[in-house]
Design a protein around this ligand. Sequence first.
Ligand code: SF4
Length: 82
Amino acid sequence: MGWRPGPRPSFDSGCAPLRLRIDPDRCQGHARCFAIAPDLFDIDDFGQSSVRSDGVVPAGREDAARLAIANCPEFAIEAVED
Ligand code: SF4
């Protein structure tokens, strides 16, 4: 049985803006995040994902951000609240 990460962070629907980060050491270039939310993620020529702009999720796009996090098989996307 392989290594499994701990529980994913919970998301409170508070007032703080959601900011995304991607761990480049974990990202394997599946592009699922980009397929779900191309306005939040970008993919380079090697398939590595990055967050657009400063990673702040615009109002109304929180669900897409959470869906992308839940669909990343490498647990490479992290959400933090400022
Ligand atoms: S889904 Fe995860 S592993 Fe795949 S490109 Fe996006 S961040 Fe990287």
